[in-house]
Ligand binder design. Structure first.
Ligand code: SAM
Length: 217
């Protein structure tokens, strides 16, 4: 059974897509998409040998070799022009997803939709998307096994979208939906930063005491 996280990524794949899943690991997502007949075909890209072998095995066990091609290589370099209309990149940090997109910019021509699920730093992805004329069209936030995940869906845009810092940090769509998970995430962040700030204050004070003591001695 697919994790809630990956099934939410899958939910954003339009029926009939040709999907490339980059950093596919076990190829769970492409197998699911093809079995559900959401994707007509898929490419699973993986750069590390172990996960690449897992992907091959998973595709073979599902008898999907005629519909899913597993390719070894970094990021979008495994793709030829026009091969995929939807690209999914999930389960990595935002900066790594950005690096993959940036290094593979040329391969994005003709891609109609990006579905990105960063484990951290979604803002870095939104920044990259805006800079390269992609528009955030959908977003979701979910909690699974005590972890909170964001999913960002982007489509090519003729014009550059302007987003405020708050929108880039919190997500232009998520900020409107204000779901319970969204509120929990930002309350947790707030508490964390407040603790750090308090600790810095305390550290600052003890330093002053130490300095005063040094002066007296
Ligand atoms: N996408 C799956 C998911 O969401 O469950 C797997 C996530 S797994 C934590 C990240 C995978 O990305 C690893 O298998 C890793 O080897 C792969 N990876 C990391 N950098 C990559 C790159 N530049 N190109 C392709 N795969 C990469």
């Amino acid at each position: 059974k697919l994790s809630l996280r990956l099934s939410q990524v899958a939910a954003f794949v339009p029926r009939g897509s040709k999907v490339a899943d980059i950093g596919s690991d076990h190829a769970y997502l492409p197998c699911y998409l093809v079995l559900q007949q959401k994707a007509v075909s898929a490419i699973a890209g993986e750069v590390v040998e172990g996960p690449y072998q897992s992907a091959l095995k998973q595709v073979k066990n599902n008898n999907l070799e005629h519909l899913i091609e597993v390719r070894k290589g970094s990021g979008l370099s495994v793709l030829k022009d026009g091969e995929a209309d939807v690209i999914t990149i999930a389960g990595m940090g935002g900066p790594l997803i950005v690096q993959i997109l940036d290094e593979g910019k040329e391969k994005l021509k003709g891609v109609k939709r990006l579905i990105l699920q960063p484990n951290i730093s979604a803002i870095s992805i939104r920044d990259w998307l805006i800079k390269h004329n992609w528009k955030v069209v959908e977003e979701t936030i979910l909690e699974e096994d005590q972890k909170i995940y964001e999913i960002i869906v982007a489509e090519p845009s003729e014009i550059t979208t302007e987003l405020t810092y708050t929108e880039r940090l919190l997500g232009p769509v998520l900020i409107k939906k204000k779901s319970a998970v969204f509120k929990r995430k930002w309350m947790q962040e707030y508490e964390q930063w407040k603790n750090i700030s308090n600790q810095l204050d305390l550290a600052g004070k003890s330093q002053t005491i130490a300095e005063k003591r040094a002066e007296l001695e």
